[in-house]
Design a protein around this ligand. Structure first.
Ligand code: ZN
Ligand code: ZN
Length: 494
């Protein structure tokens, strides 16, 4: 396997392989989990902090040493516990925090999966929790109605804190309301389905429009391995796809760094790499709902979220594969196709993103030319109607890309040797592609057109225009700037 791909070593690190070089957040005490990392002073603490304390003191809000990238990374999450007995520790955490009246937020499914147990565990430690259980099994939205309901219950119960028991939607509703009401919240993930548990923003759907809103990170995350392993298989499969997409996000980040000098952190990148490597080779076990392997996937997803929190944006975990997925969401919102699960979309897009990155960095672009000016609108090959109603956003994205190019102009490689060096630096990050390809095969996320209602023509359009969706520089911008995008997309779909 590509586990021993020494080329993945980010600058400034040593060691014989990426699999062992970087601790990631793990189910430390879970059977089959990693060795337990020592935590400073843990014997004196009622609540063991089993998070990343040894390698990221900043995460504990203590003195924050400067990272090798020059930044001080602050992650306000105090504990990440993914292990047997996690709910026990949640109870201890709540008492240590002196929360006397937490409100547990769940839905009909997550109440059965974990919520009722959380409430009992709190009660056995003397904490009487209030509850809000949305009485639905499907289709709960992070919308005005859900927020209003939570606001009401918060008012009635005068709860001093929130505990979100669930996956994406429940967590988003809770963190949004926690932020607005100035309360802290704890996340209790019930599925390894997405990488947003550690996030400080909420994906809300107000007036039928999906958008990201300011929210807060959880102060802690507590997950029970058996609960997470028992989640619906498609949720876990989606989490696999989302995590595997980090492989191409990483190449996009390094490409922007190598070509334009965009800020980059090897330590943050290493966390994400560790997460991908840790789980990619165990996809079969993960999809078999192994209580040893599924928590590793959850750990990897949480770790990706921590990486994003460390740099303050989603750069370490989201590149052109996510932009393709966002474009497909847009098509679904316009009725062109059914909505698909985020992680499956990301995993599918990763297949094509890897081919585009190989095209860009494996020799097809032998000679670098001065990038063509960033175009204004949707561009050639885009049926304008697909961006209908979003013209202003697309123009703003392209304006941002133009500013990025002019701000970083001096870094652009101007000699053949400089291009070779940049290509080698970004290209080295493709060493995970073999592992990721095998993992996508194992997850039955195909490499051919037709998956998730996306035919060849739609895929072609997607990769020609998805760089209009977000301001972030990716391989799509690189290829378009070199006037090679059409050719590369043809090759990727051949
Ligand atoms: Zn750093
Ligand atoms: Zn994602």
């Amino acid at each position: 396997m590509a586990r021993d791909g020494g080329r993945a070593q980010p600058a400034g690190t040593e060691g014989s392989g990426i699999a062992v070089a970087y601790p990631v957040v793990t189910p430390l005490d879970a059977p089959g989990g990693r060795r337990r990392l020592p935590v400073r002073g843990e014997n004196e603490r009622k609540v063991p902090n089993v998070s990343r304390a040894p390698e990221n003191p900043a995460a504990r809000g203590s003195a924050s040493p400067r990272c090798s990238c020059g930044a001080i990374h602050r992650v306000p999450i105090e504990a990440i516990v993914i292990e047997e007995g996690a709910f026990d520790k949640l109870g201890a955490f709540v008492r240590a925090r002196r929360w006397s009246n937490p409100l547990v937020v769940m839905d009909a499914n997550t109440a059965e999966a974990a919520g009722s147990r959380v409430v009992r565990e709190l009660a056995s430690g003397g904490t009487r929790a209030a509850t809000l259980c949305f009485p639905v099994r499907h289709g709960l939205l992070a919308d005005e109605a859900s927020v209003g309901r939570l606001d009401d219950v918060l008012g009635q119960t005068a709860a001093d804190s929130l505990i979100a028991v669930g996956s994406g939607v429940i967590t988003d509703i809770t963190r949004y309301v926690a932020h607005r009401s100035g309360r802290e919240f704890v996340s209790v993930p019930t599925a390894a389905s997405m990488d947003g548990y550690a996030s400080g923003v909420a994906a809300m759907e107000f007036h039928g429009m999906k958008a990201t809103f300011p929210a807060v990170c959880p102060v802690a995350i507590f997950a029970d391995p058996e609960t997470v392993a028992a989640a619906p298989p498609d949720m876990t499969r989606s989490g696999v796809g989302d995590l595997l997409g980090k492989a191409t996000a990483r190449v996009d980040w390094l490409l922007a760094h190598a070509l334009w000098g965009e800020g980059y952190c090897a330590e943050v990148e290493a966390r994400v790499v560790g997460a991908v490597v840790e789980t990619a080779s165990r996809v079969d076990e993960i999809l078999d709902r192994s209580p040893q392997a599924v928590p590793l996937l959850l750990s990897g997803l949480v770790e990706s979220g921590v990486a994003m929190a460390m740099v303050g944006n989603s750069r370490p975990a989201s590149g052109c594969e996510h932009h393709a997925s966002h474009f497909w969401d847009l098509l679904a919102a316009q009725g062109h196709r059914p909505h698909g699960p985020h992680g499956l979309q990301v995993g599918y897009a990763t297949r094509f993103a890897m081919r585009l990155q190989r095209f860009a960095l494996d020799g097809s672009v032998a000679k670098l030319t001065t990038p063509r000016p960033v175009p204004d609108g949707a561009g050639a090959g885009a049926p304008g109607s697909w961006f209908a109603g979003h013209g202003a956003e697309v123009r703003a994205v392209m304006d941002a890309k133009r500013r990025f190019a002019s701000d970083h102009e001096s870094a652009w490689p101007r000699t053949a040797a400089a291009w070779r060096a940049a290509r080698a630096q970004a290209g080295a990050a493709m060493d995970l592609f073999g592992l990721v390809t095998a993992a996508l095969d194992a997850a039955r996320i195909p490499a051919e057109p037709g998956f998730l209602g996306l035919d060849r023509a739609t895929l072609e359009t997607t990769f020609r225009v998805a760089n209009r969706i977000r301001a972030r520089y990716t391989v799509l911008d690189f290829l378009e700037g070199q006037n090679r995008l059409g050719e590369a997309v043809e090759a990727a779909l051949a």
